[in-house]
Write a protein that binds this ligand. Sequence first.
Ligand code: ATP
Length: 472
Amino acid sequence: DQNTFQAIISHCKEYGFIFQSSEIYDGLSAVYDYGQNGAQLKKNIRDYWWKSMTQLHDNIVGIDAAIFMHPTTWKASGHVDNFSDPMIDNKDSKKRYRVDHLIEAYAATLPEEQGKALVATMEQLEAAQDYAGLKALIEENKIACSVSGTVNWTDVRQFNLMFSTQLGSVTDEASEIYLRPETAQGIFVNFLNVQKTGRMKIPFGIAQVGKAFRNEIVARQFIFRMREFEQMEMQFFIRPGSQKEWYEKWKETRMQWHLSLGIDPAKYRFKNHVKLAHYADAAVDIEFEFPIGFKEVEGIHSRTDFDLKQHQEYSKKKIQYFDTEINQNYVPYVIETSIGLDRMFLLVICAAYAEEDLSTPEKQDSRVVLRLPAKLAPTKLAIFPLTKKDGLPELAQQLMDECKQHFYCFYEEKDAIGKRYRRQDAVGTPFCVTIDHQTKEDGTVTIRHRDTMEQERVPMSEVRNLVLNKIL
Ligand code: ATP
């Protein structure tokens, strides 16, 4: 629900995960900065994806293409002509809405069947690009502007989502270039470079992580929908005719990746696209149940040979592959898996966030804990000397030195131990170790487990391996 969502947003700020961009200037809409814990968590998610896609697949390699691309790229890909959303302005409030979001929000207030029917009608009109029909639908239902409450709408228009800027010092039309709205095209234009220099044999994939930019018309949804975000995409090149088989394989493989993080499978579902993009012959979303409902985190798209063929036509360069097994030249087909890194971050935080009541008959108590998968947690181990004297800090430092070569550690000697534990719970640190007077006598320490809050005594010399076993 909205309250949980708001609590998570506040938590992200309070514990240094996410800040509004340029906050001291009252922020920039739908743009966010990652703080000290957020940057590390985001990096861990990125690394987890990168390793599973490249290191663990012999036939997938990774690249890092530039954000700026030759402007013809976006003509060829269809983005100049098609990458737009129908939008509508309210004449009184001057607020701009995405037509689908406006109608969906209204449909959610109706009885279920009625709401579904309305959304179905909208999807049909959208697919038919019937903008007058969409406007009529809004007017028939007397859908009002959430700010002014009025129903005074402009016509429905297409709004291109690409940001543009000027390359170099000459400001003419020819120097206009775009910030890439997806990372995929950087892979398509490098298909031959990678295939030839890597001597890749079909089927093979190219993976990439990088920024993408879209001038979204945004409802307030935190990092769910941003104007600057990061995508983790993989394009898998296959023989024409084998797309059904590979599409099913990648659907399955990607769902398994999500489940490998130990997140409740009931929170996931597949949703087939009703309206297929101009390049696709099949497409499905992996949806997750966020506090604001089931929403897309990842798309798996069967992109046919659309993109390579388009680039072949626009660049006038032959983009083909000679398949020695069947002695044939062809333009490969593509299955794409595309996931938003920021959206995955939100998913991970939402799945991990828990408010727990720890009250006993004697005492009221509670905690907020992030039950992050240990391999994703920003800090793996917190090390606390019980007091600041008697040589305990020195022993703690010794453990720090031993462990920080291998994983992120956090050292703290201030405040009561209970308080220190709670702060680590709130940032998702899976293990805390306390060094006390007994450590000086027998070399053992107390290790405390975040999720169960159980504590056990173990030799200090075993701490490093104990943690390593849980995070690899
Ligand atoms: P939506 O329908 O939510 O606008 P989309 O279908 O346009 O998304 P794709 O173009 O398939 O999304 O992009 C692939 C993935 O990139 C999405 O599943 C999502 O995780 C992520 N993504 C897309 N747009 C954004 C955005 N504005 N902010 C954050 N992540 C995004």
